[in-house]
Write a protein that binds this ligand. Structure first.
Ligand code: NOJ
Length: 937
């Protein structure tokens, strides 16, 4: 049977050019470069012409002082931005400048298009990207201002926004220092509406000498020649200069370095969600998702640009030559002089200009401010932080249950097994191939016995001619063709398909129905969760493997305008359907495509990587980048989707994968089976140890997610976030912090040592040897195959659960071990968050405890600083104890016993000395009450 499916797949792949090319490289001819893309080509041309004219260039944009309205108490400035045409007449563009309550500045510029008539299309520029990205419309705050003939100055908090009215420009000063300049290089360009005839008329007033007309009304790229481009040229572009910064991060998704590169002599970074087949590393090609948010970091402050546009977007970055080199001490000193700058140029195919500028003291505060707008990562269901075992495909119920029991046989913990597309009947989502999965409720119940879950794939393309797609047509909830008179039909895994239009509110009840309890697909299982793949959307026969840009969505919006947020609307609809199905369980949804705001309801992974060392290495900056733009629940396929990893790569990838916030093994249908027991010894034992280590760290990871759900802090944290004062960390993207652990996974073959960079002067301890390592700079540590290079930062308390269980659910009431690593002043601190791990009672009913551990003054104490220990779940924690406290770097001569106080009781506990650390054995304290242990001998 499998063979039959393989051959069908091969056929589909052949038909749509999807077979791996022999060189295994990205099919670059499928995707546009900036030069192939009319609007990018035109805006780069514009930028180079403006640069040639230099300081003599007179901006065509000015603020009309006649209708300027300054509502200081509302936090709003409104008016019109005038764009000067060749004959001196103007196009009037309504704008708003607002001061958001978190002291960020927002600019919106729109165009009221007149003269465009079409029944099929909304004539407005798309202005709803923020509706999807934001949790709610942000509150505004008051400002003071002064106004002269050519300048408006807004003052709010420690900020000033200086708006040049005659040559439109906005400078943002924070604490008196210039940090961001908008339209610094006069690259503002809003291609106003004009007909082809108007544009092509002799001496047209619409095309300025610095502009190009390349592909304004047609598309010459081979696969998108049919694009109707009904509005002609309608791009929006603007430049921003970050002053006093040398490094910028963010704007995923690209397989590139964490610190973004200068693009002067290369392609710009492109944000356009595509099914990028066999992507390359160190590339600016677009990938599956887009988050148009960039962060600049310096020791003094940090700044962010959030460009809220969901159309095809390119970003150029220009740095000064010297910036690219590693900083010498001299350069570090000169950074104080504030000379450096990073210039950025943002170009989107259409939509409005809607941008938020954020400046704060440090990168963490910028991430937090962005999270306040777009929402923080929702606390995941605990099981989803365990290990996920996937492949394309586990063949049938027996296979699933056999794999599951093999984990137990080999004593390897895991939480979730996955089903890829082959479980369906002919790729018809919401069906099961009955002969292979005769009773999925039975299978799910069996998995549930050991606390395991199943994730099944549901893609947005629905095969034509079966009940689900027929309903889509009947209810008229599909994406439409360019005339909006028919549902669009394209090709994907099942052959001819339609796509659910999840921008349409009518799609939600229909979608809910498919996931309902008792439906053919979902049955009644509580441990079923969902994978949303191919939601860029991937269309095998579409231009650039996606939907034609002139297709039409609900609201009569062109696909062109909403392309980058379609994936978000789709996984949000699935999340909502799963909530409807079971309001008491936090749904787990994995999405491939994403936009700003996706972090609220889903996890993501980096798509189809390869079983090669360079992809293992690349996964770290990829996930770090996701983490700095507020999408913490990110992972990469372990150990590479395409191909067959050798045993060393497989093992090293597991050792790296345990740090991914989302940790899943996955493989292509043509790759050989590679579950951890297949490699044999010593590899299996090493992978088992790594997996068990992940499970030991689950309390740390869950606590990190809790903190992130409140403040957007990264979980895999770049060194520049930990020590922004140390500029030498700014380009480091092969190591990271995970709570207070500094980790540098081995990412090349044959390596048995790593050189790990310590970014500060605190003592660190090698977790493998407990050796104390002190001093900012690189330190060589041993890293034989069986070990992962990890340093514990002193001054930390790390709570772990040390006992092996088959799944995370079975660990719920296990005792804790605390690792206390004292700093130079004999102090340490750490946190632990606990709730039931699956319901919403933590937020509905305060059914959680948030604990602070503190060591110092010869004692260790635990205090519940938030939550309520008397609720349904937290009261059960009265049976959960701390079974061991390990002290590293404590007093050299340990006491024989320590005094323990909890509530009105006290007792003594035994101390076991060892080499380099000592242990308080069975201190006997329970986790849901405050306690104190005196360390004095
Ligand atoms: C593409 C996804 O990226 C991959 O993970 C999955 O296995 C295939 N689609 C088949 O569903």
């Amino acid at each position: 049977m499998l063979n039959r499916w393989c051959s069908i797949l091969v056929l589909v792949a052949l038909l749509f050019g999807l077979l791996p090319s022999p060189a295994g490289a990205v099919k670059s001819y499928l995707f546009k470069t900036c030069n192939d893309s009319g609007f990018c080509h035109r805006n780069r041309h514009f930028a180079s012409e403006v640069a040639k004219i230099g300081s003599d260039f007179e901006s065509r944009y000015s603020i009309n002082s006649q209708d300027l309205s300054i509502k200081k108490d509302k936090g709003l400035v409104e008016g019109s931005l005038l764009k000067r045409l060749n004959d001196g007449s103007h196009v009037s563009l309504p704008f708003q400048i607002s001061v958001l309550s978190d002291l960020n500045l927002r600019l919106k510029v729109n165009e009221e298009r007149t003269g465009f008539n079409s029944k099929a299309l909304n004539s407005k520029r798309y202005d709803e990207a923020s509706k999807w990205a934001f949790t709610q419309e942000p509150d505004l705050t008051t400002f003071d201002y002064s106004l002269s003939d050519d300048t408006l100055v807004l003052t709010y908090g420690e900020y000033q926004a200086i708006v040049n009215l005659t040559q439109f420009k906005i400078e943002i000063l924070y604490k008196g220092t210039l940090r961001i300049t908008m339209n610094d290089r006069n690259l503002l360009n809003m291609e106003h509406y004009r007909t082809k005839e108007q544009q092509e008329a002799e001496n047209s007033i619409h095309i300025a000498p610095e502009e190009s007309t390349y592909n304004a009304y047609s598309d010459s790229f081979k696969d998108s020649k049919k694009d109707k481009l009904p509005f002609g040229p309608e791009s929006v572009a603007l430049d921003f200069t970050f002053s006093g910064y040398k490094h910028v991060y963010g704007i995923p998704e690209h397989a590139d370095s964490l610190s973004l590169k200068d693009t002067t002599d290369s392609e710009p970074y492109r944000l356009f969600n595509v099914d990028i087949f066999e992507y390359e590393t160190q590339s600016k090609y677009p990938m599956y998702g887009s988050i148009p948010f960039m962060i600049a970091v310096s020791p003094e402050s940090s700044a962010g640009i959030f460009w809220i546009n969901s159309a095809d977007t390119y970003v150029d970055i220009r740095k000064e030559e010297s910036n690219i080199e590693e900083e010498t001490d001299q350069q570090v000193l000169s950074s104080k002089d504030n000379l450096e700058k990073v210039e950025t140029h943002w170009m989107s195919e259409n939509g409005i200009i809607d941008v938020v500028l954020i400046v704060k003291n440090n990168p963490q505060s910028v991430s937090q401010s962005y999270g306040k707008l777009t929402g923080f990562t929702t606390l995941p269901n605990m099981f989803s932080l365990g290990y996920h075992q996937c492949r394309w495909n586990y063949n049938d119920e027996l296979d699933v249950l056999d794999i599951s029991s093999k984990f137990d046989e080999h004593q390897i913990p895991y939480d979730t097994i996955w089903l890829d597309i082959e479980y369906t009947d002919e790729k018809k989502y919401f069906t099961w191939k009955k002969e292979l999965f005769p009773d999925h409720d039975r299978m799910l119940a069996k998995l549930d016995e050991t606390g395991r879950n199943l994730v099944a794939i549901i893609d947005p393309h629905l095969k034509t001619h079966y009940e689900v797609s027929e309903q889509v047509e009947k209810l008229d909830v599909g994406i439409k063709n360019h005339n909006a008179d028919e549902i669009y039909k394209g090709h994907c895994w099942p052959g001819e398909s339609v796509w659910i239009d999840t921008l349409n509110p009518e799609s939600q009840p229909f979608w809910n129905k498919q996931f309902e309890n008792g439906s053919e697909f979902a049955g009644y299982a509580r441990n079923l969760h969902i994978w949303n793949d191919m939601n860029e959307p991937s269309v095998f026969n579409g231009p650039e493997t996606t939907s034609p840009k002139d297709n039409i969505h609900y609201g009569n919006w062109e696909h062109r305008s909403v392309h980058n947020l379609y994936g978000l609307t789709y996984h949000e609809a699935t999340y909502e359907a799963m909530i409807q199905r079971n309001p008491d369980i936090r749904p787990f949804i994995l999405t491939r495509s994403f936009y700003s705001g996706s972090q609220r309801t889903s996890a993501m992974w980096t798509g189809d990587n390869m079983a090669k060392w360079e992809y293992l290495k690349e996964s770290i900056p990829q996930i770090l980048t996701m983490n700095v733009v507020g999408f913490q629940f990110a992972g990469a396929d372990v150990a590479g989707f395409f191909g067959n990893p050798d045993k060393e790569l497989l093992t090293r990838w597991y050792q790296a994968g345990i740090w991914y916030p989302f940790f899943r093994g996955h493989a292509h249908i043509d790759s050989r089976r590679r579950e951890p027991w297949i490699a044999g010894e010593p590899y299996t034992s090493i992978m088992r140890d790594a997996l068990r280590f992940r499970y030991k760290l689950l309390p740390v990871l869950y606590t990190q997610f809790y903190q992130s759900s409140l403040d957007g802090s990264p979980i895999m944290r770049p060194l520049s976030y930990e020590t922004p004062e140390n500029t030498k960390t700014y380009s480091i993207d092969d190591q990271f912090f995970f709570d207070q652990l500094l980790v540098k996974p081995v990412t090349s073959p044959g390596q048995d040592k790593v050189s790990i960079y310590i970014p500060d002067s605190k003592p660190y301890y090698n977790l493998n040897t407990l050796e104390k390592i002190v001093g900012e700079g690189y330190h060589e540590i041993e890293a034989p195959l069986e070990s992962i290079p990890i340093l514990i930062k002193s001054g930390s308390v790390i709570p772990i659960k040390a006992r092996y269980r088959r799944s995370s659910r079975l660990m719920t009431f296990d005792p804790y071990t605390l690792f206390v690593t004292m700093d130079d002043s004999a102090k340490a601190k750490g946190y632990l968050y606990i709730d039931d791990g699956e319901s919403f009672n933590h937020s509905l009913d305060q059914d959680f405890v948030y604990i602070e551990f503190e060591a110092g003054d010869n004692e260790i104490k635990s205090s519940i600083i938030d939550g309520d220990a008397t609720k349904t779940f937290t009261s059960k924690l009265a049976d959960v104890k701390v079974e061991r406290i390990v002290l590293i770097g404590g007093p050299i001569v340990p006491p024989k016993t320590v005094d323990v106080v909890q509530g009105d009781k006290n007792w003594t506990a035994e101390v076991l000395p060892a080499d380099g650390f000592w242990t308080i054995r069975n201190p006997g304290v329970i986790i849901n009450q405050d306690w104190k242990i005196s360390l004095a001998s």
